[in-house]
Design a protein. Sequence first.
Length: 156
Amino acid sequence: MTDPVIKGNYPTPSSSGIFATILKFDALLAAVIAVVGGVVGYLADGWTGTVSALIGTAMVLVFAGITAASILVANRFTASPLYTTLFFVIVLGSWIVKFVLFIVLVVLLRGQPFVNDLILFLSIVVAVIGTLVVDVVVVAKGRMPYASDVKLPGGH
C-alpha cells in the first residue's frame, strides 16, 4: 500500500501547475538577464562586470527557485492530516534558509576583487523585479478556479 502522505490519493493541488510555470519562466528570465547583464557588465568593467552580473542573476534565480520549489514540495503532502502545518514549515523553513544563504553570500562576496559591487547590486535588482513581474503575470493569467481542490458533498 502506498503512503498517502507521500504519494497521496488526492489530486495534485491546482497551484502546482502555476508554480511549475513560474519556475520555467524564471529560468528563461535568468538566462536573458545573464546574457544582457553579462554584456553590459563587460562593457562597464570587463570580466569583473560580467562575473558580477552572472553572480547576481544566479543568486536571484536560486532564491526564486527555492520558494517555488518549496511550495511544490509542500503540495506533495496534501493527503496528510498535518498538511497545513507541513506546508508552512517547509515554506517558512525555505525562507529562513534563503535569508541565511543571502547573508553568507553578501559577507563572502563583499570586497572581493572579482566582484563589482554596483553591477552585482543592479543585476540583483533587475532580476528581483523581473521575477516579481513573472510571478504576477503567471498568477494573473493562470487558470485556477476560485474554489480549487474542494470536494462537494456527493461529488466524485
